[in-house]
Design a protein around this ligand. Structure first.
Ligand SMILES: C[S@@+](CC[C@H](N)C(=O)[O-])C[C@H]1O[C@@H](n2cnc3c(N)ncnc32)[C@H](O)[C@@H]1O
Length: 290
């Protein structure tokens, strides 16, 4: 690899793994470990280090996509690398495909989608709020160094927007994804995949219903738990704390049947003969007090 050049990002990383993402400029950088001069980064290779004024080592890395996402300027909830990885693989996002995404939020998922579809593909992002569209656009330009020509960002509501597109993949990260399923089903090719991420299972249930009513099948929902470990010479065990929940990922395939209300499993199918209601929402009777 070539040495660092002025203007590019460098991830200054301490021996304990704390990191700072800064531009390579003619300026000092100070943290609790001391000061370094960023112009000393120029020409050095990744993996080399600078010694701070306090004698600490700061290793020089180029930020990965995951590093960049953790350091992203954000004003919305974002999708984290753990779930982005699954969305890319289970959503089968690959070079050349056309992806429709809504909403773009701070642009974390969009960065990964733009990179995955590549110059032969296309990402169309639909975002309702102009301030988030601007923020995401800035984050994308910061990451790629330019505005990628294969990305279109439309400010609008995915429930009402008019698009002349037949996407291979649709990705929804919305507070009410079920409301978007019927409108986007017109923009996805038969055989295409829809992926939706929701933090609450109630959102997932409503989305399932709409998916089944709008010609989607092979629906699968899962969540991923990522547990980091502390490993050194004396111990190897899970960290005390973890991010236990981010969201449920639902993947569905668009099939030929349209308006398939009859495909939605009817309540009766779950009932034993003679049973009327599968769940009882009756309040328990008031306790008797002596
Ligand atoms: C959780 S954020 C998306 C985060 C994004 N996936 C990321 O990784 O940074 C949800 C976004 O959906 C947008 N949104 C909500 N309802 C929408 C709608 N009906 N049409 C378009 N965008 C919508 C919100 O404005 C918000 O920016």
């Amino acid at each position: 690899m070539s040495g660092f050049v002025p203007g590019e990002w460098v991830l200054l990383t301490s021996q304990k793994g704390k990191s700072w993402m800064v531009r390579v400029t003619d300026a000092p950088f100070s943290a609790h470990l001391g000061t370094v001069h960023l112009k000393d980064v120029i020409g050095r290779e990744e993996g080399e280090w600078l010694e701070t004024s306090k004698g600490a080592k700061l290793f020089l890395y180029r930020p990965s996509l995951a590093d960049f996402i953790f350091k992203l300027k954000r004003q919305t909830q974002i999708i984290y690398p753990k779930d982005i990885g699954a969305i890319l693989v289970y959503g089968d996002i690959r070079p050349g495909v056309t992806v429709l995404e809504s909403g773009i939020g701070s642009g974390a998922l969009a960065l990964a989608l733009i990179r995955a579809v590549g110059t032969e593909g296309r990402l169309i992002s639909v975002e309702r709020r102009i301030e988030f569209a601007r923020l995401a656009s800035r984050n994308i330009t910061r990451f790629f160094g330019c505005s990628p020509a294969w990305h279109d960002l439309i400010v609008g509501d995915i429930e009402t927007v008019h698009l002349k597109v037949q996407a291979d993949r649709v990705i929804l990260d919305l507070p009410e994804p079920w409301q978007a399923v019927a409108p986007v089903s017109a923009f996805i090719k038969t055989g295409g995949l829809l992926v939706s991420l929701s933090p609450n299972v109630g959102q997932v249930q409503l989305t399932y219903r709409e998916l089944r009513l709008n010609g989607f099948a092979n629906i699968n929902t899962f969540e991923l738990l990522k547990r980091d470990w502390k490993v050194d010479e004396r111990r190897a065990r899970p960290e005390d704390r973890m991010v236990a929940h981010t969201g449920f990922i639902t993947v569905a395939k668009k099939v030929f049947r349209q308006n398939g209300a009859e495909d939605f499993p009817r309540l009766e199918n779950y009932l034993e003969e003679g049973e009327r209601e599968p769940f009882s929402h009756a309040q328990p009777s008031a306790p008797d007090f002596p």
